[in-house]
Design a protein around this ligand. Sequence first.
Ligand code: GGG
Length: 359
Amino acid sequence: MSTYRIAVIPGDGIGKEVVPASLEALEATAARFGLRLELTGFGFASAEYWQRHGTMLPDDWEATLRGFDAILFGAVGWPAVVPDHISLWGSLLRFRRTFDQYVNLRPCRLMPGVRSPLAGRAPGDIDFLVVRENTEGEYSSVGGRIFEGTERETVLQETVMTRVGVDRVLRYAYELADRRPKRHLTSATKSNGIAISMPYWDERVAAMGESFPGVRVDRFHIDALAAEFVLHPDRFDVVVASNLFGDILSDLGPACTGTLGIAPSANINPDRTAPSLFEPVHGSAPDIAGRGIANPIGQIWCASMMLEHLGHPAAAAHLLGAVEDVLALGPGEAPLTPDLHGTGTTAELGHAVAERVRE
Ligand code: GGG
């Protein structure tokens, strides 16, 4: 029996609700496929930890987490206690950088039973993957303030693109596109306005393309691409973008498929030199936290991506199939959460998926 050590970090807000709801479905899948999961929970990377310790993470966090095969993460952010940029830079962004999780893979799919706000879209019409660069780009700590408090007050923040950093995420995106039937890659930049870093990204896309002659490549400016996502989401297959643009697109995409609540993401270290981290695209949602109505599907889909990453595609597909089956029942028959037009709770929906896994 294969044994995997999984670090479980619920974090803040609805992370503390959707993570437990996902574990029943994950454990049911593991039992069915003969996988042994050792789940270890951690309370750090949360506002509560910050209140007690004045930091988001303990000193030994890196050594602690390195010992795990994967990390299942909920959400971070509780601005009433700690400013969002401090909680994010003090936890999630440290995980991504320290563990070289340079790919943030974010599937976007219109699921059966889920209504798209876009007219006339049916399951199968929208099914693409956003590959977000995850360790550099616009998410840079290079910059600062000068002349603070004077009329000359000036704030600078640099975008950082390294050849290694850009090429490695582009290679991942090309390889992914090359394995899919459509073999289509879309790259998002804003090279007319951001005239130093973004043309560099375009150059590297063209250079990398020479190694992938079978992949058709489209290039868009981010503004035009945002419109295209809404007007023609069926035209995309693999979409690759910088850290910030990828983040924006991977909220917009799931919004086109009905709800951000079902969107998963995998922060992947493709070289497997450190654990990868699996978290829903949504954040901690303070507006609905504590009410038991958060959608756990994004978190459950993360568990499926984690199983795939651990080398168990059949288990991953079975768990995702259970999600699809429950969603397809619709709000009349399944305990779907309010964002899916139902009246179910987080726990009820997680339980329904776990039951389906066992059938
Ligand atoms: N589960 C995802 C989460 O907590 N996200 C918080 C957030 O603001 N993330 C920003 C980012 O992914 O760059």
